[in-house]
Ligand binder design. Structure first.
Ligand SMILES: *[C@@H]1O[C@H](CO)[C@@H](O)[C@H](O)[C@H]1NC(C)=O
Ligand SMILES: *[C@@H]1O[C@H](CO)[C@@H](O)[C@H](O)[C@H]1NC(C)=O
Ligand SMILES: *[C@@H]1O[C@H](CO)[C@@H](O)[C@H](O)[C@H]1NC(C)=O
Length: 477
């Protein structure tokens, strides 16, 4: 009897499970999840020596081609063997990724084209019209002349998620938007500082001008005496002071930015999302009358945190700014970017309602990804309910730094990804059920009827079998 029971029960469970998967579509059917592709690439080499700085603009890097939707971009510095290099050897100041259109067949000094692209000071000689061989592809905003990147990070790169939830992705290389005669390419800016054997590791990563013996910027202009440290002093090929006696001979090494791209082929089930970068140092001012004009955002990118005078608990530098949003949409992802000394970043509405808090995570070991004293990750926000933002709405950013000691060249960037629309209810259903709502409810009723009928049938079978067995048993007794 027990054997029959078990077999019927198993049959019943299998059928019930089957019926359930038909009625309630599981996650596997949804959005873009099934089609995500992934590939690992390596940048061209960065040649590093103790104390050296590499601020490279790598154009036309290896990248998935075609009309795609980006899901994530994760990067880290590795050596010749492909092994991760810890931050206390090579400090990753930042990497930035952004696309551009290049005229097919054009030959130009690519490195020169992009000098104004990263975080650093603008080249006074650069002529914006000379760039007709390349056309920048910008993110959604807000900064007008810098911070155009689609993905960007720094020392926190190893422990900061960049993944965009389904069904969203950043759309790239839509053939309808590509100008005739141009092709779509990617620019990667990598700024790394080799701190092996340096006299003052913190000073080198905060780019103290004295340690670099720098008094003029990379375009030969004098740096004002008030500027103690930051990007103007640690540009490409500058050198931070190394301890005397530290062997400079055999220490040259080639490093690479290893990056993992995840993407989906574009189709109408993927919902486009755009990147916006909010910079706390932006000198934009709320215009008087209409909100449509005055989209000039001058982003300074870095600032200085002065050591507090009081000493003690109150030693927190709080910097705030507020901006009008030039879009209607839904925030689906948010993350802050801070440097050493950072203790928290927040994005919130004008009425104080919080949207995203991003906290730095400091390492406490020696291994790559957990280096003591460094920011090795920033917490991210994936709002469960989409955060709706309307055109013209003001949002605030707030960045806190510890001012127990002073810091130069710190940053306060808030990176958000905004979807223009939410998924329509029917796009939650599998292809099988991509039918008008009226016939859908008919299908649902039909499915439920079939399941109920099956359950009744099986129950009847079990009942009959059980009775028969009982009958045999009574006969034999
Ligand atoms: C961050 O580190 C923790 C602990 O090592 C790990 O569980 C988590 O998955 C990491 N997150 C990311 C985004 O790398
Ligand atoms: C610093 O720069 C000055 C002028 O460029 C140079 O004379 C001096 O030797 C440099 N000092 C060091 C320690 O490199
Ligand atoms: C920043 O510091 C202020 C003052 O201590 C505090 O009220 C605020 O919550 C902090 N914000 C973040 C994002 O940590």
């Amino acid at each position: 009897m027990a054997r029959y029971h078990r077999r019927s029960l198993i049959l019943f469970l299998v059928l019930a499970l089957f019926a359930l998967t038909i009625i309630s579509p599981s996650q596997g059917f949804l959005g873009t999840e099934k089609k995500i592709k992934s590939e690992v690439f390596f940048s061209p080499k960065l040649v590093m020596n103790p104390g050296s700085v590499s601020n490279s603009f790598l154009s036309d890097i290896d990248f998935p081609r075609g009309h795609i939707g980006l899901k994530s971009f994760d990067a880290e510095v590795v050596d010749e063997a492909g092994d991760p290099v810890p931050l206390h050897e090579t400090y990753l100041h930042h990497w930035l990724l952004r696309p551009y259109y290049a005229r097919i067949g054009s030959k130009f000094l690519q490195q020169e084209m992009f000098r104004n692209d990263g975080f650093q000071r603008q080249d006074p000689e650069s002529n914006p019209d000379s760039g007709s061989d390349t056309i920048p592809v910008r993110n959604g905003g807000l900064c007008t002349n810098s911070l155009l990147y689609f993905f960007g990070s720094g020392s926190e790169t190893r422990n900061t998620s960049t993944y965009l939830p389904d069904p969203y992705a950043i759309e790239v290389d839509n053939p309808e938007e590509r100008p005739d005669g141009y092709e779509f390419k990617w620019l990667l800016n990598v700024h790394a500082i080799d701190t092996r054997g340096v006299e003052d590791r913190t000073g080198c990563i905060e780019c103290l001008c004295d340690l670099y013996n720098v008094t003029i910027d990379e375009y030969g202009r004098a740096i004002g005496p008030g500027y103690k440290g930051g990007l103007y002093c640690c540009y490409d090929k500058t050198q931070c002071r190394v301890k005397s006696g530290f062997d400079n001979g055999e220490k040259t090494r080639n490093l690479y930015l290893k990056y993992t791209v995840r993407w989906v082929d574009w189709d109408n089930k993927v919902l486009p999302a755009k990147v916006y970068v909010l910079d706390v140092t932006d000198s934009w001012k709320k215009p008087e009358g209409s909100i449509g004009d005055s989209q000039e955002h001058h982003c300074h990118v870095e600032y200085e945190v002065k050591q507090c005078k009081t000493n003690g608990d109150g030693c927190i530098d709080v910097k705030k700014n507020s901006f009008m949003m030039p879009f209607n949409g839904y925030i689906i992802y948010g993350v802050g970017h801070q440097h050493l000394g950072g203790i928290g970043a927040a994005l919130y509405r004008e009425n104080g309602e919080g949207i995203c808090t991003s906290m730095p995570k400091y390492g406490n070991g020696v291994e790559p990804g957990n280096e003591a004293g460094y920011i090795v990750g920033m917490s991210t926000c994936y709002p469960t309910d989409p955060v709706e933002v309307s055109y013209g709405e003001t949002l605030n950013v707030e960045f806190n730094y510890s001012s127990a000691v002073g810091h130069t060249g710190v940053m306060g960037l808030f990176y958000i990804v905004v979807a223009q629309q939410l998924p329509k209810p029917e796009s939650f259903l599998p292809n099988l059920f991509q039918v008008p709502p009226r016939s859908l409810s008919f299908l649902a009723v039909l499915a439920v009827t079939v399941v109920v009928a099956l359950v009744v049938l099986i129950a009847a079978m079990i009942y009959r079998r059980q009775n028969r067995e009982d009958g045999y048993q009574s006969l034999s007794t």
